[in-house]
Ligand binder design. Sequence first.
Ligand code: FMN
Length: 192
Amino acid sequence: MDKQIIVGITGASGVAYALRLLDCLEEAGCHVHLVVSALGRRLLGDEGDVHALTAENLIGRPSERLYFYDFDDLHCRLASGSFLTDGMVICPCSSNTLGAVAAGRADNLLTRAAMVTLKEARRLILVHREIPLSPIDLENMLRLSRAGAIICPAAPAFYTNPRTIDDLIDFLVGKILDLLSIDHALKNRWLG
Ligand SMILES: Cc1cc2nc3c(=O)[nH]c(=O)nc-3n(C[C@H](O)[C@H](O)[C@H](O)COP(=O)(O)O)c2cc1C
């Protein structure tokens, strides 16, 4: 069966990672359920030139596998564990959302879906981006890691000899796809 993946986009820098992730997940045949915070929408415009949430704007083509949800709609299927998914990625993940999930807050669809993912013991991947990290961020990460989440900082490596920004983006997106057990051909491996 095709995978069902929730993607949350929050107001951290790095929406280019999210756009490539959506592209790759959709291309891999996944059903992608997208929730974007208010600040995520602002940064999609500022950094990604995406001013309206449509498949064409996000991945450059129409899609029947990309589903859009209202950030405030706590009454929709993603708010319940009865809707079966294969996991959730928050990419990029702000310190604000990191802290909200670590505190168990569920007052918007993005954090509620994250809480559901954790309680159902499904894959929750937080692609956090902020530097430097405060002790509060670090404690939130440890708390979430102990609760079963995967903290995957937006920190691409250089052992693949990246030449372009796209190479760096692909490295990180390849890592996220690996964590979701989704096949891909992105260049992110050290082959010795
Ligand atoms: C241009 C810009 C870049 C930002 N980059 C980051 C970032 O990289 N990491 C972060 O934690 N917050 C960042 N912020 C701050 C968050 O957007 C802010 O904390 C917001 O409350 C996050 O809300 P959300 O978690 O609901 O998206 C940035 C804000 C702006 C305006």
